[in-house]
Design a protein around this ligand. Structure first.
Ligand SMILES: [Fe+2]
Ligand SMILES: [Fe+2]
Ligand SMILES: [Fe+2]
Length: 431
């Protein structure tokens, strides 16, 4: 039975924030820790209701424009912010058209605002909102914390450091608020807690704003773009999987609501790839057994991230079981035919069909006919669902056209994102 998804927005944002910071232990939880510090500062400065929520959402996603572990580590540890300014603009661009994120997007755009005695407080001719200065300070404080030393030994010098930069780098009102909130041990222990997700959930009485499957789709698409941008080889992959899965599900009589869920699941199916280092995704050769380890884990993370959000069980399953096989030889759960619903079987076929028609560093793209032949033989061996493969074969041209069309439209946004991020987009071409 399909349950209408009731996704708590703050949990969705926290889980996506956590997923982005999975990339390396050195930057783990950076955005959530900044969200904790920023929300405390904002409350102290009188932010309430939607204004407070905007700061929370912006802080939790403030580095959304940074892709890949290497870039995140540079950003957090080298503090080379001038060179990394593009990431704030990329984050703004990713979120600005989504009605739920339009206000946080504006805050993210200037989250490295420098106060400079008020003289450089302007972005595009207007005053940079106070919320940006709050996140700028929270971000700096989080990056100053040395993770291998007891935080309570660092509290006093960190406050002194912020005070010394008040008026110059940081907005004086934010520094004054920081002096007040940083006065307790609990503040520092919370900010660096390994259970930061739960700390944030309990920090404020977040309004239970739930979103439905229609609202969810543009958010899922944003995350698809981030996952896909991690490697030029997969620049339009998730859009192709989503379009193929929806085309198959339409022909298998899924309801309009189920089709929305299927599209979101397609966009989110490789979310766990955020945990895979880009050097592995980009390797121009077959992977070694060791390098394949994080690849085999990626759908586990897709499942855990989506399942933790709650409220959308179909999407979690359909998205995360795309490397499972009916004969139990897939990964990582080794589900068998009994466990795999039609939605999961559709996603598995959509993923193989799309992946084989794309170039990879170690092989050229196959024709869509060749891809269909591979799927037929996989179905004969009991790996994927024969009925779903027949559905694909029955309208191969129609489904392939839908896939190509969706990928071509999506590619425009990916090229723009690639330009902002300084990532190559040569392989953005649609197969
Ligand atoms: Fe940043
Ligand atoms: Fe940051
Ligand atoms: Fe995958």
């Amino acid at each position: 039975m399909i349950v209408n998804p009731q996704v708590p927005l703050h949990r969705l944002i926290l889980s996506l924030s956590e997923a982005l910071d999975f990339v390396h232990p050195n930057v783990a939880d950076h955005q959530q820790r900044v969200a904790y510090i920023a929300t405390n500062l904002a409350r102290r400065l009188g932010f309430r209701g939607q204004d407070l929520l905007d700061v929370f959402h912006a802080a939790a996603l403030h580095d959304i424009g940074v892709i890949g572990a290497e870039n995140r580590i540079k950003l957090v540890h080298l503090g080379d912010l001038e060179k990394m300014h593009w990431h704030a603009e990329a984050g703004f661009n990713l979120l600005k058209t989504n009605p739920l994120f339009a206000r946080p997007a504006e805050i993210i755009r200037y989250h490295h605002a420098v106060w400079a005695n008020g003289t450089r407080a302007k972005g595009t001719g207007q005053d940079v909102p106070l919320a940006c200065h709050i996140i700028a300070l929270a971000d700096a404080v989080e990056r100053w914390i040395e993770r291998d030393k007891p935080v309570l030994r660092q509290a006093k010098p960190l406050v002194e450091k912020a005070v010394a930069l008040s008026g110059e780098q940081f907005h004086p009102e934010c520094v004054a608020a920081f002096r007040q909130v940083a006065g307790t041990e609990a503040f520092w222990l919370d900010a660096t807690s390994p259970r930061i997700y739960s700390v944030l959930l309990g920090q404020v009485d977040w309004p239970v704003l739930t979103i439905d499957e229609v609202t969810l789709n543009p958010i899922a698409e944003v995350f698809a773009r981030i996952v896909d941008a991690a490697s030029p080889w997969t620049a339009v992959h998730s859009a192709g999987v989503a379009a193929t899965a929806v085309a198959l599900a339409t022909r298998l009589n899924f309801s309009p609501r189920e089709l929305h869920l299927m599209r979101a699941a397609g966009y989110l199916h490789d979310l766990g790839k955020l945990t895979v280092p880009t050097r592995i995704l980009d390797k121009p050769d077959r992977l070694t057994e060791d390098e394949f380890v994080p690849i085999r884990a990626h759908t586990y993370y897709t499942f855990r991230i989506l399942d933790t959000i709650g409220g959308m069980p179909q999407i979690s399953e359909w998205a995360a079981f795309h490397h499972e096989r009916l004969d139990g030889k897939g990964y990582p759960f080794h589900h068998t035919a009994d466990d795999l619903t039609l939605g999961s079987r559709i996603m598995a076929v959509a993923d193989v069909f799309t992946a084989l028609t794309e170039d990879r560093p170690y092989r050229a793209a196959m024709s869509s006919q060749g891809s269909l032949d591979v799927l037929r033989s996989l179905a004969e061996k009991g790996g994927v669902d024969a009925e779903v493969v027949r559905t694909l074969a029955n309208d191969h041209d129609g489904i392939d056209t839908a896939r190509r069309g969706a990928q071509a439209t999506y590619a425009e946004g990916q090229h723009q994102l690639g330009r902002l991020m300084g990532r190559p987009t040569a392989q953005c071409a649609v197969a």
